[in-house]
Design a protein around this ligand. Sequence first.
Ligand code: YOG
Length: 134
Amino acid sequence: APVDFSGTWGLVSSENFENYMKSLDIDFMTRKVAKMLTPQKVIEQQGDKFSIRTLSTFRNYLVEFKVGEEYEEDTKGLDNRKLLSLVTWDNERLVCVQKGEKKNRGWTHWIQGDELHLELTCEDQLCKQVYQKV
Ligand code: YOG
């Protein structure tokens, strides 16, 4: 693995999260609550094996995967869909393609200086988030 993402990271900025949630059909009330959160990413990485926990006071979400191996993802507590997901390395970036009902769905993580960057995409929406080690 070319990079180590391990650690506990706290959200410091988020752009266009509202429209990303709309593209996932998240209802108004849930979006209002979700927008106020400052989640943490707890990432455990052993080589190409990852667990990523997204933790907040409202909901928690866990994914576990190995780079290069497709996995079934159940977005329980988020938009509650079933996905077939695949994470690969694009140089130093971790790129996930999430196949399912929604077109162009996925995410990309990379490290820039002391920041963890995340781009979330769904349909025509792009949400950019930055996290810092806590
Ligand atoms: O991250 O897949 O790090 O899984 C995206 C929320 C909000 C719940 C969070 C809870 C999308 C209500 C996971 C926020 C909006 C809104 C904290 C993003 C859906 C529902 C859980 C994600 C990847 C990459 C790892």
